[in-house]
Design a protein. Structure first.
Length: 296
């Protein structure tokens, strides 16, 4: 008998069927290993907030003793990320429980469903609250579980992601974090403001103003097709963007013999504005049936 016959013989047997088990902890770790980048958690949550039509987000870094911890070297034990976008719908809650099942709307930035699981790079048991509902994630061995139910939240206007840190960590470098947030905010469609707190102290605040887009002529000499003719550039819109940045100046970044650690409440404030021109291209996309199947 051939191997095909042996296989058919096994498959035709009604007994012995077993479900293949997945070590979810290792699976998530492997996904994150291929998905790592600096500040990836905040990038993904900002993209999700933009998809939810949020106009502002808050990132709150909390220490173990918020009322007395006043130095940036005090360890962070919890991060809260809040946005004022649309509350989660039933399908959003269901999608949150499924690894790699993203938003089917290709217009949304967070379309591929891996972004939420970046939270597991910093915490073990994230918690999400939105619209009077909450979802808690927890582990039993190497299997991940989620439980959703109503909560007594008086403020239903915010969606909140709670991350209790796996290991206490320091507040990110103010200059680097502000630069990252400015780059991220420059390309959002709905998000206009980002505020970052160390406990109750405002450390970084960015706000964005945008002009109405205007059409830009495409020179006739410009090749509007990609090499394989998969993409065709049909039009380009340009708009002016102004980013206003306010941040605290960390004295530890200033080289001076007189420097001594000081509480964050004594930091000076710096303000600046950045002006950008952002071009958005509109593309026609043509792919083969075989390529389309590979992307599903």
């Amino acid at each position: 008998m051939s191997l095909d016959s042996f296989r058919n013989q096994v498959l035709s047997n009604s007994d012995g069927e077993e479900r293949v088990e997945v070590n979810q902890r290792h699976l998530i770790d492997k996904i994150l290993a291929r998905y790592s980048a600096e500040f990836v958690v905040y990038r993904e949550l900002m993209q999700n907030s933009d998809d939810a039509k949020s106009s502002s987000v808050q990132i709150i870094f909390e220490t173990a003793n918020p009322s007395t911890d006043k130095h940036l070297k005090d360890k962070i034990v919890r991060i809260l990320f809040k946005n004022n976008g649309f509350a989660f719908r039933v399908e959003d809650w269901n999608r949150l429980k499924k690894i790699a099942e993203g938003n089917p709307d290709e217009q949304k930035i967070g379309a591929f469903g891996v972004g939420f699981y970046s939270l597991f790079s910093v915490c073990e048991n994230p918690f999400v609250s939105s619209g009077g509902q909450g979802m808690a994630f927890y582990w039993r061995g190497d299997q991940l579980f989620a439980k959703r139910g109503p909560i007594d939240d008086t403020d239903k206007s915010l969606t909140t992601f709670l991350m209790d840190m796996r290991e206490p960590t320091e507040f990110p470098d103010i200059e680097e974090f502000a630069r990252f947030l400015a780059n991220s905010l420059g390309f959002t469609g709905n998000l206009r403001e980002v505020s970052v707190y160390f406990n109750s102290t405002l450390v970084i605040q960015l706000s964005k103003k945008m002009q109405e887009p205007r059409s830009m002529n495409i020179a006739s000499a410009f090749d509007t097709y990609s090499p394989q003719k998969m993409f065709h550039l049909t039009s380009v819109d340009v708009r002016g963007v102004q980013l206003d940045v306010k941040r605290l100046i960390d004295p530890s970044n200033i080289i001076t013999k007189q420097w001594r650690p000081s509480p964050i409440t004594n930091f000076q404030t710096e303000e600046a504005s950045i002006f950008l021109r952002i071009a958005s291209g509109n593309l026609d996309v043509k792919v083969s049936s075989a390529f389309s199947l590979e992307m599903e």
